[in-house]
Design a protein around this ligand. Sequence first.
Ligand SMILES: [Zn+2]
Length: 336
Amino acid sequence: MKKKLKDLYCQRPHVVIVGAGASRAVMGKSCPTMNEAIEQVGLDRILEGFMLETKSKNLEDIYSELFRRGDECKNARIAMEKKLYEYFSNVQLPSFLTIYDLLILSLTEKDCIVSFNWDSLLIQAYNRVAKITWNRPKILFLHGNVGAGVCKDCMTFGLIQNYCRKCGKPYNAVPLLYPVEQKDYNSDSFIRDQWSVAKYYISKAGKVTIFGYSALSSDKEASEILKAAFSKHDGVHRLDAVEIIERPGFNANEISETWQYFFSLTNYHSDIVDSFYNSYLAQAPRRTLQYQYQQFIRGWWGQPKIHFSKQDTFESVETLLKPLLVNEEQGDYSII
Ligand SMILES: [Zn+2]
């Protein structure tokens, strides 16, 4: 009986929700925030000669205005979309080990990463850690992604540089969901599909980590869907936990109402850490639910011996994870 409870608990997905703050932590300034994008991506040149009503320099505010004003701003809006797409297509991971590589390696195939980012950094990390393991999490992109391609005829998705596995034609770019106040998550089949899988994972999650995603009130639509998904099964998350990874100096009072709601559903089993390295993901890689089970249900005060640190390299991490990977081959997911 005990064994069964443990299995049920530990086999549930760990869902990591990733926002712009995560790419920022990995890449520094080359992943601009909404406040920096206009200047950094060179969008200000497109806007020259326009009398904008908003005084804001924020991409979302400006894009929303262009969208609202319709035909008179259509060309500028399309030029802006093209420029953003190009910019994010060129954002590449450095050759050394990054937090995104560790994030992929910290999870297994039952888990899921849900990203709101346009850059393809997670896909790049996913592909390059294949030399360490094929047992990797699913990745979903809720605002589209420059690394993703789609074949609308066959409804297949894959890497943008690949060909449709059904008809053999090259994939087309997935449209990015640009920042308007009222987002429509049903307008595009790729994005709709990604959301429906994300909702499934979030409803079943035994642990949710939010990495650099504030879920501000400006994306009301997203907040409502996330909340509805997490509360789908009554009472199920009472022994689960929510963890937030935020920038150093983050004020806990800034936590959005969306995440407060997540906290309440888990009986306030909630944590805020200021670095990926202090998160469960780094402290108990590939065994996060097992670690949570030991702590919450068994009252264990120990710590896994295998954990990530800032000094890790591709070589050291491969050696470090080896014992876990060998056990996984036998279906053994115990903590080491
Ligand atoms: Zn096709």
